[in-house]
Design a protein around this ligand. Structure first.
Ligand code: ATP
Length: 197
């Protein structure tokens, strides 16, 4: 099964792009959502997290997300320890999920495709890009947060130049009406490549 990784910074529109792939019949694995689910449901992963971050990370069997976030927030070492536990579980789940899909190809959506080395789990990579001012405006409108907080998030992420250099294809998401045709063209290309691989 051919796998396509789609990434982009905050407010770039990667979820919107992924929705358009879904609407065209392509299964999309939302690695962020699945990571959250696995931290709750995967017994082996739960055990590893509890062993590293303390049994109280799970309160009455539920992940205490706020507590864990506090532990890893701004602490690179703790965050990478958590990622080292979660990422392999997500990749194993993604591989299982991919094998069970009946589709021309599948999409892996991840904000940290390159940062986490998940690009090695896919054969094609797509970067969704947009000017910073637009990303800030979209995110503020969507989440009701202030521009400064979004700016800080952007500064902590990989920059768009690096992203576009590392990706096989870039989608520049500025005008809403351009997005569906851009996705349609890419979808046609990936269907062709998957069929002729
Ligand atoms: P995050 O990393 O924060 O999840 P994202 O890259 O997934 O962000 P989206 O949620 O897809 O970004 O888009 C951010 C917001 O901008 C959403 O409210 C979306 O509807 C809107 N948006 C995305 N693309 C466009 C566009 N071309 N024109 C107008 N609005 C857009």
């Amino acid at each position: 099964m051919m796998k396509v990784g789609i990434t982009g910074g905050i407010g770039s529109g990667k979820s919107t792009v992924c929705r358009l792939f879904r609407e065209r019949g392509i299964p999309v694995y939302d690695s962020d959502a699945e990571a959250k689910r696995l931290m709750q449901e995967d017994a082996a992963l739960r055990q590893r997290i509890a062993a590293r971050f303390g049994a109280e990370t799970y309160r009455d069997g539920r992940l205490d997300r706020a507590r864990l976030a506090e532990r890893v927030f701004g602490d690179a070492e703790e965050l990478s320890a958590l990622n080292a536990l979660v990422h392999p579980a997500v990749m194993a789940d993604f591989a299982r999920w991919s094998d069970s899909q009946q589709a021309p190809y599948v999409v892996l959506e991840s904000a940290i495709l390159f940062e986490a080395g998940l690009e090695h789990a896919v054969q094609r990579t797509v970067a969704v890009l947009a000017p910073e001012a637009l990303r800030i405006e979209r995110t503020c409108r969507r989440d009701g947060t202030d521009a400064e907080a979004v700016r800080r998030r952007i500064a902590a992420q990989m920059d768009d130049d690096t992203r576009s250099r590392r990706a096989d294809v870039s989608i520049v998401n500025i005008f809403e009406e351009d997005l569906a045709p851009a996705v349609a063209e890419l979808d046609r290309r990936f269907r062709y490549e998957a069929a002729h691989a």
